[in-house]
Write a protein that binds this ligand. Structure first.
Ligand code: IMP
Ligand code: MG
Length: 178
């Protein structure tokens, strides 16, 4: 798997050190609030597991499942909600966790959908944010790392459902991207 990478951007110790910092910030910001974490599956699973164990607060966890990629390295723009029941977030302080902010379509749609459920506050935390012009305006409140506009895999992120179990994050070799 590692041989399919053009180069490694962040190894596991680097990722975990950054998660220590973000978790400390989140723990401070929500110290007097009851936090509900909403995880966007499947790409955020590894990130979520490592981050939530570093947050020193009682919290609730809910999952959302959306699809927008259909196995290609480009967003389709259309966001499909794969589960019927949305989490009950009314009056809650929610923190949406996603793997990567790319075009912004996914997070903007999720944010819009969750806003209709009347949470008290909404914040967004992403592991990675691509430096690029987004098709939808959305800002993350917590960002692990900013990266250039390249296709990356590992640490939960996939290409056609592969590479999620790579412990590091790296740029996929261009000849492997269809
Ligand atoms: P957006 O809607 O374009 O912001 O895309 C968000 C989703 O696309 C993410 O949650 C990822 O699942 C996927 N995605 C975007 N860029 C990458 C990448 O570089 N590698 C792997 N998945 C990506
Ligand atoms: Mg994906």
């Amino acid at each position: 798997m590692q041989g399919d990478l053009e180069r490694v951007l962040f190894d596991e110790p680097t990722i975990l050190r950054r998660l220590d910092e973000i978790a400390a910030q989140i723990s401070k910001d929500y110290s007097k609030k009851e936090l509900t974490v909403i995880v966007v599956l499947n790409g955020s699973l590894v990130f979520m597991a490592d981050l939530m164990r570093r947050i020193q607060l009682p919290l609730r966890l809910d999952c959302l499942s959306v699809a927008s990629y259909h196995g290609k390295a480009q967003t389709s723009g259309e966001v499909i909600f794969k589960q019927i029941a949305l989490p009950d977030v009314q009056d809650r302080h929610i923190l949406i966790l996603d793997d990567i902010l790319d075009s912004g379509n996914t997070l903007a749609a999720i944010r819009e959908k969750l806003e209709t459920l009347q949470p008290r506050t909404i914040k967004v935390c992403v592991l990675l944010s691509k430096r690029k012009q987004r098709s939808r305006a959305i800002d993350a409140d917590y960002i692990g790392f900013e990266i250039e506009d390249e296709f990356v895999v590992g640490y939960g992120l996939d290409y056609d459902e592969r590479y999620r179990n790579l412990p590091c994050i790296g740029v996929l070799r261009k000849d492997l991207v269809k």
